[in-house]
Structure formats: C-alpha cells, structure tokens
Write a protein that binds this ligand. Structure first.
Ligand code: PEP
Length: 250
C-alpha cells in the first residue's frame, strides 16, 4: 500500500468545467495513478473522460445522506459522479468554515460508507509551531478525526500532514523536518492502532510542494506521497512533478 509514492493534487476553487477538461486532455500519458481533487462541478465531466491512471476526487462532502441541507453535497452524490476519493479536514475548511475534528470524523465515516477513499488532512499553525505544540496539536487532530474506526477502515485512509504555515506560502517544510513529523505520526498510529495499520496508512506531505522540492521529499522513508495545491494548477509544473515521481518511483 505505502510503496508507491502518491501524488494528490488539490485544485481548490479553481477551474471551470471547460478549463478542467482542456487541462486533463493535455496531460501526458500517466504510468502510475495520479489523484486529482476538483470542484464539485468538474467531478462528473472529468470522471467521464476516463483518462487512464487519473483518479478524480472531491475536496469536501456533507456527512448526511440527504435532506434539508441547502448547498451541501453528500458522499453518495459524489460517488455517483465517478469520483474515487475525497479530501477531508483541509486546513482551509477548518479555518474558513470552522470545521471541527468531530465534524471531520463524521465526514470520514460517510466517505467510507460510500467507498470513497478519505484523504484526511491535519497540520499545525505557525503560532502552534512556535509554541512547540506541533505534536500535541497533531495528536488531537489525528485521534479525534479518526475516532471509532476499525482497522479495516483505518487502512483505507490516507493521512496528509499539511503544516498550515507552509500552505500557499512558497516555503515548504524541509524534507528532514517533514520526515521527523511523519516518523512521529507513524509511531503514534502504531501505538494507537497497531503495526499493521501504521504500515498500511499512507502519510503524505502537503504545503508548497513544487517540482523543486518533490524529489527530496520522495527520498524520505516515511513520506509516502505529496498533496500538491498551487503547483498542480499549471500544466507545466503539474507535468514536471508527475514526470519526476514516475521517473523514479519510490
Ligand atoms: C493544499 O492546498 O493542500 C496545498 C498543499 O497547497 P499548496 O501546495 O499551494 O501549498
């Protein structure tokens, strides 16, 4: 499960349907899976393109199956578009939309019920980092976001460590300090849920990953992939990142 270095791209609230289709049609042939998280409107049009190795996913969901939740989209609605995964608990949702760990936990369970792979994001703010609270903050986010899941469910989840101070700033964590945190997270996962889960749960790094930083990140033993935001929006940098990863798969 952890062996293949994964690239998950997060387009956030960018690209109309026509822009997204033009982009995906121009992507050079892929030799290993690449995961693309797109706005809800682009899910079905891109899934319908059926581009080999390109998996389409959402960036959020609402945990109820249906009902009076104006403006929201459920896991079953996402699943029917052909999407295969969903990003949950992204820091922008936690900060702008006040999402709590408990709410993220409900979303993770809703995603799993529909067979959507949850990509669960955790990460500390600059203030928390400067107060030396990174490990304490991550532990709380991890345990509360993944509360009450059995080992079968846990092994399907991908965890994304995204230090908030690195997102969209152009300054990623150093590969060494990201590795240190990933190693720590894996130990924590092992203590809580055992070695099998720790060995099967992919832990990805996100935060200003670019074609310049991806190779060093990939060399780190506990970094199983990258969550790429801004650099995935331009075909040139997207293609460079994929080529660097595919050229030398972990
Ligand atoms: C993200 O949105 O998850 C992200 C990591 O963004 P960026 O790569 O632009 O920092």
């Amino acid at each position: 499960m952890r062996k293949l270095f994964k690239v998950i791209c997060n387009w956030k609230m960018n690209k109309t349907i026509s822009e997204a289709i033009a982009f995906c049609k121009a992507v050079p042939p892929l030799v290993s899976p690449v995961y693309l998280a797109v706005p809800f409107t682009c899910l079905q049009p891109l899934a319908d393109l059926d581009i080999p190795m390109l998996q389409i996913g959402a960036q959020n969901l609402y945990p109820q199956h249906d009902g009076a939740f104006t403006g929201e989209v459920s896991a079953s609605m996402i699943k029917e578009t052909g999407a295969e995964f969903v990003i949950l608990g992204h820091s922008e949702r936690r900060q702008i939309f006040s999402e709590t760990n408990e709410f993220v936990n409900q979303k993770v369970k809703a995603a799993l019920l529909q067979d959507l792979v949850p990509i669960v994001c955790i990460g500390e703010t600059a203030i928390e980092k400067n107060q030396n609270r990174t490990r304490e903050v991550l532990k709380k986010q991890l345990l509360e976001s993944l509360k009450d899941l059995d080992t079968v469910a846990l092994k399907q989840i991908h965890l994304a460590y995204e230090p908030i101070w690195a997102i969209g700033t152009g300054t990623p964590s150093t590969p060494q300090s990201a590795q240190e945190i990933h190693f720590h997270l894996r130990q924590l996962i092992q203590e809580e849920w055992g070695e099998d889960v720790a060995e099967n749960m992919s832990i990805l790094y996100g935060g200003s990953v670019s074609d310049e930083s991806i190779e060093e990140l990939k060399k780190q033993p506990d970094i199983d992939g990258a969550l790429v935001g801004g650099a995935s929006l331009k075909l040139e940098t997207f293609s460079k990142i994929i080529a660097l990863v595919e050229g030398d798969p972990k």
